[in-house]
Write a protein that binds this ligand. Structure first.
Ligand SMILES: [Zn+2]
Length: 505
């Protein structure tokens, strides 16, 4: 297979507070997908960043007695810190208020849509949720409240600039039905199609500068208005590729990429699957090719959110349990098509059963036995009875990730780990050693080292820290292994009481 060129992004969260676990899920998913594609030889560029220009940031700064720039800079730093904490291999991080690439690109996109005749001025009255930065129709509200934030939207009436979304209804529908824009899981594609077929309405793409408190990007040639923050935020995907100057990065990673992939949460699906492709079509630019949609994490059944006040600090979890344990829980336990409830007990139980017991035990006893029985030299030989399973392993991982199913992909790895552990229990190498059945012992040890090395390779996108440590002990393909050392400590049972640093006001 020839290498493909893949551009991949997360959504950019607004930074009115520190990052919560729900965004860590998105980061880890995107990182695992990018690492996996790189492992298979594809060329990948991975972007994340922060949406600094949201009205919510202005309000949060007012509440905290800071300037918006101060609040945003402080919180954006925590988002950037997650890259180290969660072992994320991003190529780029964009902050929409400070990155010099951003504003020229947003303006260019605006002007391109103006040139296409798709931006016009009109009076608007509606119900606006500041949390969502979105107008709602009455029938979209739950008993008059925002379905995301459970707050009553404010009534807003002002003259704004509008984008002629209605013009792109057929084109957006065709993108999705033809598969040129893939939306996964499948039921989200159907949901978007229902929305599109119900009729697309033009939407407001600017706010009065007064209401935005001067924060945001001014509308080109109209200083009384700032560009709607969603327009601004969506623009980050190409502003980070120097679309503003129509430069080399834009050509390479957008125009000429084989895949343009956005990993997002279900709450922002409409912006990414409808508005964003339409904006790009209007500007004469190619739309994304894939939108991968994750569900939400809950704590005690309630959505994790900054505004609902039950956010869990991913950095605190990493400090306490390690990046690999948190990554593994997010990839192994989080359901692809329904919300998943987070508890510390679940994280600990999953890490202990899969990483400490199954994987850690396999690597540890394999390396220890090669040291004890063969002086650290790996006997010659192949995968033996594990051959079929190990041949299938990368194919199964690929198949799972191709449909954005991390449970299937990590499940394939677990199947191989379990099979290798069963081989140890079945062949009992310690008895082979005692009874001097040397050829049989060689074959088993060779098969186990072979299996461990394959598993360590395949597990790299999911738990890069553990994989590295496993590869080090296994000798990275050489004829010798290193001394055995524990791969992953058992974490449980968790101590009672509040998880330090986990709750936010
Ligand atoms: Zn809302």
């Amino acid at each position: 297979m020839t290498a493909r060129r893949v551009y991949m992004t997360t959504a950019i969260p607004y930074v009115n507070a520190r990052p919560h676990l729900g965004f860590a899920l998105e980061l880890v998913q995107a990182d695992a997908l990018a690492r996996h594609r790189r492992l298979r030889g594809d060329e990948v560029r991975l972007l994340t960043g922060t949406d600094d220009n949201s009205l919510k940031n202005v309000l949060a700064a007012e509440a905290a007695g800071l300037t918006t720039a101060e609040l945003v800079a402080g919180n954006a730093a925590h988002f950037a810190d997650l890259q180290v904490a969660l072992h994320l291999a991003f190529d780029d991080f964009i902050r929409t208020s400070t990155d010099p690439r951003h504003q020229p690109a947003v303006e260019r996109l605006w002007r391109a849509c103006v040139a296409a005749g798709d931006i016009y001025r009109a009076w608007y009255e509606g119900r606006y949720c500041v949390g969502c930065e979105q107008f709602y129709d009455a029938d979209e509200l739950d008993s008059g409240r925002c379905p995301e934030h459970e707050t009553v939207p404010e009534r807003v009436a002002e003259e704004n600039w509008f984008f002629r979304l209605s013009r792109y209804q057929d084109q957006v529908e065709a993108l999705i039905t033809s598969g040129r824009l893939r939306i996964l899981p499948e039921f989200h594609a159907r949901e978007v199609l229902r929305f599109v077929r119900a009729g697309l309405q033009d939407f407001s793409v600017s706010r009065s500068r007064r209401r935005a408190d001067g924060w945001g990007i001014p509308v080109p040639d109209d200083p009384t208005q700032v560009i709607y923050v969603w327009w601004d935020a969506l623009g980050n995907y190409i502003s980070a590729l120097d679309y503003g100057t129509y430069g080399e990065a834009y050509r390479r990673w957008w125009l000429e990429a084989d895949e343009r992939v956005h990993v997002i949460g279900k709450g922002v699906l409409r912006f990414h699957a409808v508005y964003w492709p339409a904006m790009l079509l209007s500007a004469g630019e190619p739309p994304p090719t894939s939108i991968l949609v994750h569900e939400y994490l809950t704590v005690n059944g309630r959505k994790l959110s900054k505004s609902l006040g039950n956010a869990i600090d991913p950095e605190g979890l990493v400090e306490q349990f390690g990046a690999d344990s948190l990554r593994w829980w997010l990839l192994r336990d989080v359901a692809p098509t329904a919300d998943t409830d987070f508890t510390v007990e679940r994280l600990v139980a999953r890490a202990d059963s899969d990483l400490a017991n199954a994987l850690g035990n396999l690597i540890n006893r394999t390396v220890a036995m090669v040291n004890r029985y063969r002086g650290g030299r790996v006997p010659a030989g192949g995968p033996g009875s594990l051959a079929g399973l190990l041949h299938r392993l990368p194919l199964d991982v690929d198949a799972g990730l191709a449909v954005y199913d991390f449970r299937a992909a990590t499940g394939a790895v677990m199947e191989a780990i379990d099979a290798a552990n069963r081989l140890v229990n079945l062949t009992r190498p310690w008895e082979l050693a005692r009874s001097r059945r040397s050829a049989e012992l060689d074959a088993v040890l060779a098969a186990l080292v072979y299996a461990c090395r394959r598993i360590a390779h395949e597990i790299t996108p999911f738990v890069p820290g553990l994989a590295l440590s496993a590869v080090r002990q296994l000798g990275d393909g050489g004829i010798e292994v290193r001394p055995a050392e524990p791969l992953q400590p058992r974490l449980g049972p968790p101590h009672g009481g509040e998880l330090r640093g986990s709750q936010q006001a």
